[in-house]
Design a protein around this ligand. Structure first.
Ligand code: ASP
Length: 452
């Protein structure tokens, strides 16, 4: 039998009731044999995620101050969840005691210490959840990433699985055949045996790594939304839910505005072409959104409209620029040498623009860029523009459909939105418009109305 990996995010695991719901969900499909939980997130009663409390306690411990109050607050979160589920106080104290011990660990490498503490959120939760599953009659076992072979690079706070991780974790599938595996999200072990966490939201990555290792039939990612929508609900009223989209479309949508999955989680999944299904823990009747290698051609040509503000552009004008060799390379090198990443670089006959995320710039950086461009490229004119929004029309159907660009541009024109830039990537699955940030909502609505 092929198994399904079910990863549950912080808000889906924050209370006893939510954990009961997970038991219900597991019961609905016998292929669900591998569960990955995040640490408890926010709930109606608790406004802080356990991971954030753990970051707080790390900082307190590193500064040599007393950690008692936060430690008790963290422990209370688990007591609050598991005591009503019948886990004995003795067992809870035994598992929670590990956090006391970890707080005594050496602090000479603050990042390493931080990861040891912060990973406890998932580690404790998954150990206790396996206990709870057993009390409900589901035979389950907690598997430590160390025993499973989830080896990661020693980049504390931003670890990556090592190349051969899938091979090292091969025995996991056999365990799934016998019982439900409960696997903690968010961290692995370095070759030296230290705990190292992924970046924030990294339990998604754990789920993907585990799915790859056991050759899963599907990777389910459970949260508190029904799936992905064709436009951001903050921009468009009641946007349609997307039934299925491809990995590539998802990448394009999450590039601006759509917060779907941890970016790195798609890599292991794509290698094996394992479908991902986003599901809502609180609404099991909704089949969610399927993200797969391919989707049916009869589904929509355009799958979504994404947008995001906070971009700026540097536009250079130089007569006979088209004959000058290395012009584009030189601009990009200036940015690279200043450790800045650029998003787009549209060009005309005698002009070229680079579009960057505004956040990475300081006032002095802007002037440095202008000076360096002036010195090295001697353009006739340099124009800077801030407050640009990018709006992207995404869909595999753009590859073969005629006239989407015209249709979209027309809709923007009718809505009175001035287009500053258009970029159709070479993959031809997205068209990106640069517009004034104040027009973002108007533009998204116009495109959505026109294309859906
Ligand atoms: N608990 C971690 C975080 O809040 C990891 C995760 O939930 O994915 O970032």
């Amino acid at each position: 039998m092929e198994f399904i990996v079910s990863k549950f995010g912080g808000s889906s695991v924050a209370t006893s009731e939510k954990l009961k719901q997970i038991v219900h969900i597991l019961g609905l499909n016998s292929q669900r044999r591998c569960v990955v939980l995040s640490a408890p997130g926010k709930s109606e009663t608790f406004s802080v995620k356990v991971t954030d409390l753990l970051i707080e306690i790390t900082n307190t411990a590193l500064s040599g101050k007393k950690t008692d109050a936060t430690l008790q607050e963290i422990k209370n979160r688990y007591l609050n969840i598991y005591e009503p589920l019948g886990i004995s106080r003795g067992r809870l104290d035994e598992v929670l005691e590990k956090l006391d011990q970890r707080l005594l660990a050496p602090k000479d490498n603050p990042e390493k210490f931080r990861d040891l503490i912060v990973a406890s959120g998932e580690d404790i939760h998954n150990q206790l959840f396996a206990d709870y599953l057993n009390t409900t009659g589901i035979k389950a076992t907690y598997i430590s990433p160390k025993d499973a072979g989830l080896i990661v690079t020693p980049d504390f706070g931003d670890a990556q699985p090592i190349e051969e991780v899938e091979m090292k974790m091969a025995s996991l599938k056999k365990i799934c055949a016998e019982q439900v595996v409960v696997f903690p999200g968010f961290f692995g072990y370095t070759a030296e045996g230290d705990i190292a966490t992924f970046s924030r939201g990294g339990s998604d990555l754990t789920g993907a790594i585990v799915a790859e290792a056991i050759d899963a039939a599907e990777y389910e990612n459970w949260s508190d939304v029904d799936g992905i929508f064709s436009a951001h609900p903050k921009m468009v009223e009641n946007p349609a839910q997307i039934t299925a989209l491809t990995y590539k479309e998802m990448r394009e949508l999450s590039y601006i505005g759509f917060n779907v999955l941890h970016e790195e989680a798609v890599k292991p999944i794509m290698r094996k072409k394992i479908p991902i299904r986003l599901r809502n823990t609180n609404n099991t009747d909704n089949p969610g959104t399927l993200i797969a290698y391919e989707r049916l051609p009869d589904e929509r040509d355009v799958i979504g409209v994404a947008s995001g503000g906070g971009y700026c552009s540097f536009t250079l004008q130089k007569f006979l620029m088209n004959r000058e060799k290395g012009f584009g390379r030189k601009i990009l090198s200036i940015l690279e040498n200043m450790d800045l990443s650029y998003e787009h670089c549209p060009s005309g006959v005698d002009n070229i623009s680079v579009i960057l995320e505004q956040d990475q710039l300081k006032p002095e950086t802007v002037n440095q860029i202008i000076r360096k461009i002036g010195d090295e490229l001697t353009p006739d004119e340099i124009k800077t523009e801030f407050g640009i929004a990018l709006v992207s029309v995404v869909g595999e159907g753009l590859l073969h459909k005629v006239g989407v660009l015209a249709q979209a541009a027309n809709a923007l024109a009718k809505a009175g939105v001035n287009i500053k830039m258009v970029n159709q990537g070479s993959s031809e699955i997205s068209i990106i418009f640069g517009i004034d940030a104040s027009d973002e909502k108007k533009a998204v609505n116009a495109l959505y109305k026109e294309l859906f």
